[in-house]
Design a protein. Structure first.
Length: 367
């Protein structure tokens, strides 16, 4: 009876129990690993726990909003996001050679994070009333909706976030019913423009990251140091790992950014291949549950929004785990719900709030 009452209460506040349990499992495990990777600093863990609490509160708040209200505000959120990106280009703060932050006095934030939500919302809003599969004109407008923030973010420069935003728009086009002929043609066009992108868009440090990915041993004490130490940490963990608090690469400061972008390497060193597989299985469960929720949406807007937001979460997990294991170039994408930090965490939790809103407010076919 108590179990049924608990599930009834969660439905009342529009939360999905399986997804909530998956999020709690990953974030809880992340706090355990952060204590070790962060040199056993309790204030670091408490700070991250507060950020997680804020993230879950935002998720709960957004889950109460009806999808029709999200749909109404979608173009306005997108417009505000683009204006903020333009403001960054004019008056943004420069940090580590990149102009990504906007300082409003009482608040300092990255407007590019807003676009991770605004682009899927805008794409879902635009295609919701269009006949599907879309024709050339709607496809062109959809591509423009994605291209504007992609270019503005890439110019900051923040190629990692730009790729996330671009992929979110691309998956919305795919889910809208893009034909395979067009997909093959677009892939061929993408292959043709890669040399131009390499020459005229990418910055020197970004091209250096690609060369480092191809041959990290060419500069083991410079640009290749991060990935070499990361692979050493993962490999030294073996099958079962060295045990919690017994990692050497992170504790002896051989592993840079062990509590942020490279926390998966610190985790694999202490918990081994088995622990890494368990963590990836948890991510797979969250992604599978989100895709199921997308299929249960009652309209086109909900399906496109949920599918695009799910892909963003997948990109975070896939790119970060591939990056630290040497399978992908190093980009500034954290491991979701795991890496220390607040900005991307709030964005991710907000996306889960929208997913739960669409799923919990859905209309059944029998109504």
């Amino acid at each position: 009876m108590e179990w049924n009452d608990g599930r009834r209460f969660l439905r009342l506040i529009h939360l999905d129990l399986p997804l909530l349990l998956g999020l709690l499992a990953v974030s809880g495990l992340g706090l355990v690993v952060l204590y070790s990777a962060g040199q056993q600093k309790l204030d670091l863990v408490l700070g991250q726990a507060m950020r997680l609490g804020l993230g879950f509160a935002i998720m709960l708040a957004l889950a109460q909003i009806r999808p029709s209200h999200l749909r109404f505000w979608s173009p306005w959120i997108y417009l505000v996001g683009v204006l903020l990106l333009l403001a960054v280009m004019v008056a943004g703060d420069v940090s580590k050679g990149a102009r990504r932050w906007l300082d409003l006095g009482v608040l300092r934030f990255q407007p590019s994070e807003i676009m991770k939500l605004a682009v899927p919302m805008m794409m879902a809003w635009f295609f919701a009333e269009k006949p599907l599969p879309p024709r050339w004109l709607p496809l062109s407008v959809g591509a423009l909706i994605t291209a504007i923030p992609f270019v503005l973010i890439a110019e900051q420069p923040d190629l990692g976030t730009a790729l996330v935003v671009g992929c979110a728009g691309a998956v919305a086009l795919f889910l809208a019913g893009l034909s395979w002929v067009l997909i093959v043609g677009l892939l061929a066009l993408l292959g043709a423009v890669i040399p131009l992108f390499w020459t005229f868009v990418m910055h020197d440090y970004q091209r250096q990251r690609v060369w480092t990915f191809l041959d990290p041993e060419s500069d083991p004490l410079g640009t290749g140091y991060h990935i070499i130490q990361s692979k050493i940490a993962i490999g030294s963990g073996g099958i079962y790992g060295k045990g919690w608090l017994n990692g050497t690469q992170s504790h002896l400061d051989f592993l840079p950014e062990g509590s942020t972008d490279f926390i998966f390497a610190a985790f694999s060193e202490e918990f081994g291949l088995v622990g890494g597989c368990v963590l990836l299985a948890l991510y797979f469960f969250i992604i599978a549950r989100c895709l199921y929720m997308a299929t249960r949406a009652s309209d086109t807007y909900g399906r496109l929004l949920c599918g695009s937001l799910t892909l963003i979460f997948f990109i975070y997990a896939f790119v970060n785990s591939g990056m630290v294991s040497g399978l992908l170039p190093v980009v500034g994408l954290p491991l979701p719900l795991f890496s220390y930090g607040g900005t991307s965490l709030v964005t991710i939790m907000a996306s889960f709030g929208m997913l739960m809103s669409v799923y919990s407010h859905r209309r059944t076919l029998t109504r």
